[in-house]
Design a protein around this ligand. Structure first.
Ligand SMILES: *Cc1c(COP(=O)(O)O)cnc(C)c1O
Ligand SMILES: [Zn+2]
Length: 409
């Protein structure tokens, strides 16, 4: 059983029954949030704690999830490693830095956490087809986990989505629509298809259940740090669904008395996709940005979970800042070659944001900081490789010698 009581609009407070399919608020169009009976869920959590030891996936947190666990044919979603890179710590002079490596999910991004919950919901609601709009990773995730259970998946991505992510979708067997336009165009078209054909929609900032999956990464970070939460978690932000999920997870843990301190949430956007940062700085409503950045996973001009994301930052005494594509590229190289964790540009934005935060005293070197590494480098290598080049030689050992001598001369 689950301990969900109902859904609630974050803007106007209107409530909706937990049964059936709800996306945005029918009254004001605001985002919905899933509400639990925390007293009962907390009791079950503490009782369950002793049994969950060998459940190495998001389902170890079943008492605070909105669905009954389902199996993905042996693919484990979540319980990804927390990496302590001594070399990166040394380079930055930060003794308490940790990397949450969510590249190690089944389809190589954090999006699998949300997909797991969405697929379970689509089954509960007997949906024939599940769809989503995506910059790339949400769609590869839905395609991959969908393949493991034989779900029918239809995808809408911008024409510019990275090759490797589209390859994942096609090979996992999804029907892929490449939309001539931006992610926002794909998003709107996907909603129209949902309305017209009755498909179940897994798009970020539209389906309220996604943050219920993404929040598990916050549970894991806290558990892996022996329930001693870090001072700050640095999160890459596009639509804002991940950071609001992280915030929800932390609030859950405080609510049931598992942790007592709220970490600060640091939102990192790309300069070209900085709508949430602009609203944070100006105090105005969230507007639109060009959406242009090499970090395709956060290339969003109109954040669909922006209100929740901004609250996550403000209510945790956090901060929102943006970084340039050059800083992101530099961070991909630094992070990858120092830690051995191969990340895509959107994930590396966290390191660029951390470095910038240190520079403006938003964070200090002695803070216990976690970087949330959201997606694998093999998903978008073209943009990241830049001008790095291998040495091309004739297959003759003397040529190797010459190169070595040149290098050591
Ligand atoms: C989706 C994604 C993000 C941003 O998540 P939002 O919920 O859109 O803010 C960051 N990094 C990667 C790798 C992603 O796939
Ligand atoms: Zn409302």
């Amino acid at each position: 059983m689950t301990f969900v009581t109902n859904l609630e609009c974050i803007e106007c407070g209107e409530t909706f029954e937990k049964e059936g399919i709800h996306y945005l608020c029918a009254k004001c169009g605001g985002n919905l949030e899933v509400i639990y009976d925390y007293a009962a869920a907390g009791e079950e959590w503490h009782r369950y704690e002793v049994k969950k030891g060998n459940e190495l996936s998001i389902w170890r947190y079943a008492p605070l999830l909105p669905v009954e666990p389902i199996s993905f044919g042996g693919l484990n979603v979540g319980w990804t490693p927390m990496i302590e890179s001594e070399r990166l710590k040394e380079l930055l002079g930060m003794p308490y830095l940790s990397l949450k490596d969510d590249t190690q999910n089944p389809t190589a991004s954090l999006k699998d956490r949300a997909t797991a919950i969405a697929l379970a919901r689509s089954i509960e609601n007997k949906a024939d087809v599940i769809t989503c709009a995506s910059t790339g990773n949400a769609a590869s995730s839905l395609s991959g986990l969908g393949a493991s259970i034989g779900a029918k998946v239809k995808i809408f991505v911008p024409e510019t989505a990275p090759k490797a992510k589209v390859a994942q979708m096609l090979l996992y067997g999804a029907d892929v629509f490449k939309v001539k336009g931006s992610y926002d165009d794909a998003f709107d078209l996907c909603i129209k298809a949902t309305e017209k054909f009755g498909w179940y929609n897994r798009s970020s900032g539209f389906n309220p259940y996604l943050s219920e999956g993404k929040k598990t990464v916050a549970y894991e970070i806290c558990e892996q740090l022996m329930w001693n939460p870090p001072d700050a978690i640095v999160v890459p932000v596009g639509d804002g669904c991940i950071i609001s999920g992280v915030h929800k997870g932390l609030k859950d843990l405080i609510e049931i008395g598992v942790i007592s301190e709220m970490p600060r949430l640091i939102a990192v956007q790309a300069d070209g996709a900085n709508s949430i940062v602009k609203a944070f700085e100006s105090g105005n409503e969230i507007g639109t940005a060009s959406g242009k950045t090499i970090a395709d996973g956060i290339a969003v001009s109109k954040p669909r979970d922006g209100v929740k994301a901004l609250r996550a930052v403000k209510e945790t005494n956090g901060y929102a800042l943006s970084v340039s594509d050059e800083e992101i590229l530099e961070a991909v190289r630094t992070l990858t070659k120092t830690s051995g964790v191969f990340v895509e540009p959107s994930a590396a934005a966290t390191l660029a944001g951390l470095i910038k935060s240190l520079g403006i005293n938003v964070l200090s070197k002695g803070d216990r900081v976690v970087l949330l590494l959201t997606g694998h480098g093999l998903k978008a290598p073209e943009a990241a490789i830049g001008d790095l080049k291998a040495t091309i030689i004739e297959p003759d050992i003397s040529n190797v010698e010459k190169v070595l001598e040149g290098e050591y001369a």
